[in-house]
Design a protein around this ligand. Sequence first.
Ligand SMILES: [Fe+2]
Ligand SMILES: [Fe+2]
Length: 272
Amino acid sequence: MELPQKSDVNLRVIVLGDVVGRPGRQALGRSLRPLKQRTSADLVVVNGENAAGGAGIDAGTALEIRSAGVDIVTLGDHAFQRKGVNEFLDKNGEWCIRPCNFPKDTTPGSGWCTWRSPDGVTVHVINLMGRVFMGGATECPFRCVDGFLSEVSAQGSAITICDMHAEATSEKWAMGRYTDGRMSLVVGTHTHVQTADAQILPGGTGYLTDLGMTGANTGVIGMDAQVALKRFLSPTPAPYQIAEGEGILHGVIADIDKVTGKTVWISLVREG
Ligand SMILES: [Fe+2]
Ligand SMILES: [Fe+2]
């Protein structure tokens, strides 16, 4: 990664893909602070939907992620899998958010949150979930993001970041195009495989189809290879196990202009 000189006019943001189990949490604990120091990053956002045993998040794993130097945790289709998480999300919605396009009246927690830098820059982060090849009681993510953008723009100019948790590359691209010029940064999560299309869209939105994952790269998207293969090769049940090994950090780093909210530089993060 060719790192440009850090400028006070920009906010430097790191966003990392889905943390998968203990190897993912340990990789964060080991590598995130040195990465933050080397890059002088101001804000770190991480998807934590697979942090607890590979499916879901709980209070312990969320706090472990946060103590590694993460400011905001986003989630996805596994958000509500762990016991006690509903209450945790209700209490910690200012930094740990679940997809915003779930029904308002029946969903615990918050779908977006606000972070402020020491020099007073406001950043709003939204988590959305796609509907193509995905289940769940989700509402239209495109209409949801419109509601979010009109709500936060009424509060004045600010930086906005979207984690679009979706299976289909087309749906993530569509979200990038839909919000180009209106969102500072749109990144995809859920597939755990990093894509090579980090770029700045014509309207100034930084974009990457999928961040990849934070976990052991020895298996199949963070899960043990033998079990994953058994699930493809045989109809008999094979419960997932986490892949062992040293974890990697995959994601994106971007400089966002503090005044215009546009991305001015973007690059892939691949650590380990
Ligand atoms: Fe997911
Ligand atoms: Fe995931």
